[in-house]
Design a protein around this ligand. Structure first.
Ligand code: HEM
Length: 386
């Protein structure tokens, strides 16, 4: 882990940082008192994430357990079984490579072009702040929310989502939320989804809320889904983008990318592998099962340390080939494999292209990690054109 990444993880989530450090010597799968089973090996990680019968999202230990407490059992149903399949099938065409390219251009294209102009004019740019606005714009467009033209509204969407997600900090020994956290979460979700009723009533077929209405989902469930998407699609995307920029810079490989733009797909893949913005994936053990000789009991919980599993292959290197063992574990695996994977890759690529278009090797002149956030990220990352 390079020193900037280490500082970022420590500031963002000290507990996670300690866990990742301790897991350096951990076996591929092992049990830790009060935490549960830890999986650090990429092949075992995929085995767990693909075994939907024995590992679930909805019970204690899975993210669906927390969402169920916030938005009711109807919301918890969205994470497993037939409802999950129905929603994914209905939304699939909004997330193809082609749809992702169109979405990113529609929601963010003008913003990237303005950034290129600013960089070409020699201006310093805080890329972390830009990624927050860009992420807000993307999710608002995808949902069909009308938030106007000002950047502030999208930065605010991001920040409320970030605060809501940070309530999950401290759920490591249990995903059972205390009453005060539920109340705080409800207030934040209310702010986050203030524009949802209007979008639910009027948004078109090419938006998620339009699809919710067409599928006959209640407004409440649609609000829950919008909140989920606003969280799933913002922090991870912003973190992955600015950290990829930083990793390119810190390894000196931004120069290599300028010389050989054909390395772009590798740069995006390596940035997401090494940063792994979703560093842990939790699951509930739904049935007694043996994994690599270890007996896991129903009711226990598993934490798949994707950060560790992905980083075992070595440091950031844009000349590195595709790694068959990890595949794209930074997006998870199995039926919950990130729906926004193509969108996320496209965003990172557009940001790297924006920096390259300014023409000269840029550099990072200062940076500050975000404190106490679920997804470790830069609070600021100041880039100066060459
Ligand atoms: C670099 C950016 C991103 C990363 C690293 C990432 C990572 C992940 C991971 C690991 C999961 C699986 C969680 C689990 O199995 O418990 C997931 C699920 C999901 N992601 Fe992403 N994500 C990113 C960006 C996005 C974006 C931009 C969107 C939407 C525009 C999005 C939407 C979703 C959705 C809807 C799910 C739930 C899928 C399901 O349960 O079927 N993600 N993401």
């Amino acid at each position: 882990m390079n020193r900037h990444e280490a500082r970022l993880l420590r500031r963002g989530n000290p507990w996670l940082y300690a866990l990742l450090r301790a897991s350096l010597l951990a076996p591929p799968i092992g049990r830790v008192p009060r935490v549960g089973w830890l999986v650090t090996d990429p092949v075992l990680a995929r085995r767990v994430l693909n075994d939907h019968g024995n590992f679930s999202m909805s019970g204690e230990g899975g993210v669906g357990h927390m969402w169920g407490q916030l938005f009711g059992p109807e919301m918890a149903d969205l994470f497993d079984g037939a409802t999950h399949t129905k929603v994914r099938t209905a939304a699939r065409d909004l997330f193809t490579e082609q749809a992702a390219a169109e979405l990113v251009e529609r929601a963010q294209g003008a913003h990237y072009r303005r950034l290129t102009e600013r960089l070409s004019a020699g201006e310093d740019v805080d890329l972390a702040a830009e990624t927050r606005v860009l992420a807000g714009r993307l999710v608002a467009d995808l949902l069909g929310l009308k938030l106007g033209s000002r950047d502030d509204a999208y930065a605010e969407l991001f920040s409320v989502g970030e605060r809501l997600a940070s309530l999950a900090l401290g759920t490591t020994s249990s995903t059972e939320l205390p009453r005060h956290k539920i109340e705080e979460a409800e207030a934040l979700a209310g702010r986050l989804t203030a524009a949802v009723p209007d979008a639910y009533a009027t948004a078109g077929h090419d938006t998620v809320l339009g699809r919710c209405r067409e599928m006959g989902f209640s407004l409440d469930l649609s609000r829950g889904l919008a909140t989920l998407l606003a969280i799933a699609g913002t922090e991870t995307g912003a973190s992955g983008t600015s950290r990829t920029v930083a990793l390119l810079h810190d390894s000196g490989q931004h120069r290599l990318l300028l010389e050989d733009p054909s390395l772009m797909p590798n740069a995006v893949r390596e940035g997401l592998r090494v940063s792994t913005p979703a560093p842990v994936i939790g699951r509930h053990v739904a049935g007694d099962v043996t994994v690599s000789g270890k007996r896991l009991r129903r009711g226990e919980r598993v934490m798949v340390l994707t950060y560790r599993a992905n980083n075992g292959a070595g440091p950031f290197d844009i000349t590195r080939d595709y790694i068959p063992d990890t595949r794209q574990l930074w997006f998870g695996a199995g039926r919950h494999l990130c729906l926004g994977a193509a969108v996320a890759r496209t965003q990172v690529m557009r940001m790297l292209e924006t920096l390259s278009e300014a023409g000269r090797p840029w550099r990072i002149v200062s940076r500050e990690p975000a404190r106490r956030v679920l997804v470790p990220a830069y609070r600021s990352l100041i880039v100066r054109p060459g």
